[in-house]
Write a protein that binds this ligand. Structure first.
Ligand SMILES: Nc1ncnc2c1ncn2[C@@H]1O[C@H](COP(=O)(O)OP(=O)(O)OP(=O)(O)O)[C@@H](O)[C@H]1O
Ligand SMILES: [Mg+2]
Length: 228
C-alpha cells in the first residue's frame, strides 16, 4: 500500500491545524463580535425600560448574564482549538508557521523538510522559536518576496536554515544594543550546544542557519524501561 511521505503527514496535520485556527478565529471574531453587539443592544433597550417595569429589568439582566457566559464559552472554545503548534511535531509546526507567515504577509515560503528524525522536545522548541523570530525579522526588515525554510539532518546534526531574497542584513544592525531578536536566537541555540550563523544569501538577502547536535538515540533497553 502506498504510504505518504512523512512530510505529507506533517502537511496534513498542519492543514488540520490551519482549519482549527481558522474556525477559532471565526468563532472569536464573528460569533464573539455578534455577542458583543447583542450585549450593547440589550443595554440600550434596558435603559429605555420604564422605572416601574422591574420584572422586565430582571429578565433583561438574566439575558445579559447569559450573553456574558456565552462570550466566555466562545473564548474558551476558540482557545482550545488553537493547539500549541509544537504538539504536532517540529516539521508540522514549521509547516504551519510558514503558512501563517504567508497568510499574514503575502510572502511565499518554500518549505523543504526531508524525512528528519524528531528532535528532543527542548531542541524542537528552540528551533521552532528561532524560526518564528527569523520569519518575524524577514517580515519587519527584509522586504523579501520569497523565503525558503529547510530542516535537514546532516550526520548527527539537525540544520535549520531560513533564507530570504530581501535587502540583506546591514552588518552594523546585527549588534544594535536594543535588538533582542538576534541575541535571543543565539542564546537559544548555544544553550543546547548549537551554533547560529548569519550570512548573505546567494543573490542577495539573508541566510540564517542553526545547527544543533541531535541527542543520541535512546538504547532499546532503556526505552523499554521508560515505557513500563
Ligand atoms: N532577514 C533580515 N533582513 C534584513 N535585515 C535584518 C533581517 N533580520 C534582521 N535584520 C536586521 O538586524 C537587526 C537586528 O535584528 P533583531 O531581531 O535582533 O532586532 P529587531 O528585529 O530590530 O528588534 P526585536 O528586538 O523586536 O527583534 C534588525 O533591526 C534589522 O536591521
Ligand atoms: Mg527581531
Amino acid at each position: 500500500m502506498h504510504q505518504p511521505a512523512p512530510f505529507q503527514h506533517a502537511l496534513d496535520d498542519a492543514a488540520r491545524q490551519d482549519e482549527r485556527t481558522r474556525i477559532a478565529r471565526e468563532l472569536h471574531d464573528d460569533l464573539g463580535g455578534n455577542l458583543i453587539a447583542i450585549k450593547m443592544a440589550l443595554a440600550r433597550l434596558s435603559a429605555r425600560l420604564p422605572a416601574d417595569q422591574s420584572g422586565l429589568a430582571g429578565q433583561a439582566q438574566y439575558i445579559d448574564d447569559l450573553v456574558e457566559r456565552t462570550i466566555e464559552s466562545v473564548e474558551r472554545i476558540s482557545l482550545g482549538l488553537r493547539a500549541a503548534p509544537l504538539d504536532l511535531g517540529l516539521v508540522a509546526a514549521l509547516a504551519w508557521l510558514a503558512r501563517e507567515f504567508t497568510r499574514q504577509t503575502g510572502v511565499a515560503v518554500t518549505t523543504h523538510c526531508p524525512d528528519t528524525p524528531a528532535p528532543a522536545p527542548a531542541h524542537a522548541d528552540a528551533l521552532f522559536h528561532i524560526a518564528q523570530e527569523a520569519l518575524t525579522n524577514v517580515a519587519k526588515h527584509a522586504r523579501a518576496t520569497q523565503v525558503t525554510l529547510t530542516l535537514e539532518r546532516e550526520g548527527g546534526e539537525l540544520t535549520l536554515s531560513i533564507c530570504d531574497n530581501g535587502c540583506g542584513i546591514d552588518p552594523a544592525a546585527r549588534t544594535r544594543p536594543h535588538a533582542f531578536g538576534l541575541r535571543g536566537m543565539h542564546e537559544r541555540a548555544s544553550a543546547l550546544g548549537g551554533v547560529l550563523s548569519l550570512s548573505a544569501a546567494p543573490g542577495g538577502g539573508t541566510m540564517l542557519t542553526v545547527k544543533i547536535r541531535l541527542a543520541p538515540p535512546v538504547a532499546p533497553a532503556q526505552n523499554k524501561k521508560q515505557n513500563e
